[in-house]
Design a protein around this ligand. Sequence first.
Ligand code: ADP
Ligand code: ZN
Length: 735
Amino acid sequence: MSEPDAGPEFYEQGALVAVLTTQPLDRFLDYKAPEGGCFLGAFVEVPLGPRRVLGVVWGPGKGDFDISRIRAVQRVLDVAPMGADMRLFLERAAQYTLTPLHAMLRLATRAPGLSGPPSMRKIYRLGEGEPERQTDARRRVLETLRDYGGLSFTMGELAEMAGVTNSVVKGLVKQGVVREEDAPRDVPFMRLDPDYGGKALTEAQAEGAEALRVGVQSGTYGTTLLRGVTGSGKTEVYLEAVAECLRKGRQALVLLPEIALTSEFLTRVEARFGAKPAEWHSGVTITERRRAWKMVGQGGAQMVIGARSALFLPYRDLGLIVVDEEHDTSYKQEDGVLYNARDMAVLRASMASARVVLASATPSLESWTNAEAGKYEKLELTSRYGAAVLPEMRAIDMRVEDLPRDRWISPTLKRAVDKRIAAGEQALLFINRRGYAPVTICRACGHQVACDHCDARMVEHRFLKRLVCHQCGETKPMPDACPSCEVEGKLAPVGPGVERLAEEAEKLWPDARQAVLSSDLFGSARALKEGIETIANGGADIIIGTQLVAKGHNFPLLTLVGVIDADLGLQGSDLRAAERTFQLMRQVAGRAGRSEKPGQALLQTYQPEHPVIRSTLAGDELGFWRAEADERRIAGVPPFGRMAGIILSGEDVTQVFDLGNALARNAGILRAIGAEVYGPAPAPIARVRGRHRVRLLVKADKGAPLQAALAKWVGQFKLKGDLRLAVDIDPQSFY
Ligand code: ADP
Ligand code: ZN
């Protein structure tokens, strides 16, 4: 849809305005500005049929509609208007990802209760007089309030600071000595002090920090790739850039993979700036989310740490975005709006004249290529902070290890773990497979238990006592008899998952304290965080984990990492498999020896001479990237060419293929820009939740106007019935 022309910044009552709503419409709607007028960018409630819906004033109305039937904006919400840079960002992001603009607006307004009245809460401050009967507890409450002058607190804060129960405070309220008042819940966050707790930086760190500071001071757009081995102090360095941003009075956003948003990280930020920043992720309560959203908009939050969707908050003046662990695949949203937060961060920053810092020990090939090409600045921290050194990496050649069937821990790895336990250190056994066993096979007929709705095998989870489809989440109890031949007692697990490995480890080291880290073993993000903290504090000798552990946690006692199956991920239809394996190995190995004790990483492999394994062991990142970049350049795939995946799905497989064929036949628009179309072919997972999936791949040169052509191409087709079409620009996974 075409955006309204630029218009005035303010609309008097009755003026026509174009409103973008969160409803699935492909156009702006005209309304009359309400009594009192409204600003461009104002969040408003407008009538739509019998309902009231949320929207944003996007520009002047078109007036191509019977004026007498145009209704008025019902209400302007009590939140800051959306800035011009944010509106432009949403438009560009919509164009880039081929997502309707209303869906983008929905992403940007995911704070429940925005249109509700301001929610209130009780606060407590000093009242009049003295209590009838003085007690120690009562005295402490009054002293606390006097210490803080006229400040007021919530019940929880006051009781905690004074070390009393709530009833003590309530008693004082009854006597009027403490006053209870209603106050808005959405209050600004505590001020952060950029000069509160900076560390003395090493020379290399100080240089890096200075370069980032200069960038922030410039007040212009720019992206820096901050590469540094795990533990080299990247966080310390980028927090200096945050500090500079705060000094300039602009807002800073630090994006982390959801799983790395630990209280440990928050504590670190608090130690640096003297107060907590705003948080934005799935663990944040609804009221806190709304508060963060509103305060970000009116400048009452200087810094946000959050997961990818924090990019869509309505910052008043965003000066810096840090994308930590920028290579992490969880930055790609694979549901709903398909976007990569790393790329969107760069887009957002360029609209806002802000800086971007992409931090990683193992950058993505995309970012590495951009840095090599001079599009990004490069900063490197080559050594670890303090005495910590990179772990020694070695392969264990599984072809010569003496290992009984259904065992996965080689004698060599076992001996290495023994040593660490004897020394009071921690060892991590890493396997990137959830559940007990990836395959369940019937020893009578050879049948492999598969999901009823997907083309995926069911994975046994002993912990849950069920079979689980990792594709659609379908679960069923573990059957006694084979679903195919009905012979009982012959179903057997094949291959290792994290649970099975834990079982083996328990037998090998019966006296060791063992912790298993796999996402499905924890009921909640909070429980997981607690588990991680317990490990960090030395509560386990052996840690058994999936890729959860590869994400930036700090385990000071950990000195050995054993990778059970380093070959996993070397084969596969995914163009990024090699890159992922390399990064994962390096990240996991980066867990070992973070503090004083030197670490070691052992990779069990059947292909020690494979280039990926070899460059991993050699720590030869440049070698790895060059080789990988060459392969991709020759193939013309990202980042040297552009790709888009088109996933069609529906219940009737013939209809889905018919649509796929029709698309392929009518691809003249794409061929006109030199793009090629492959498919239709069954998607790698050809059936999910009972829906058949068919995929087309489009490949184009780097400079080709791909999005515009794609939009026209798919726009030729009306989707009938339950058929769905999703466009995935720069697909990450090829599902
Ligand atoms: P990275 O982000 O590169 O993994 P961190 O910034 O987390 O590295 O640093 C690793 C550890 O070393 C952290 O505990 C950090 O506090 C500490 N550290 C790094 N640099 C310094 C410094 N200059 N002074 C004190 N401690 C530091
Ligand atoms: Zn399934």
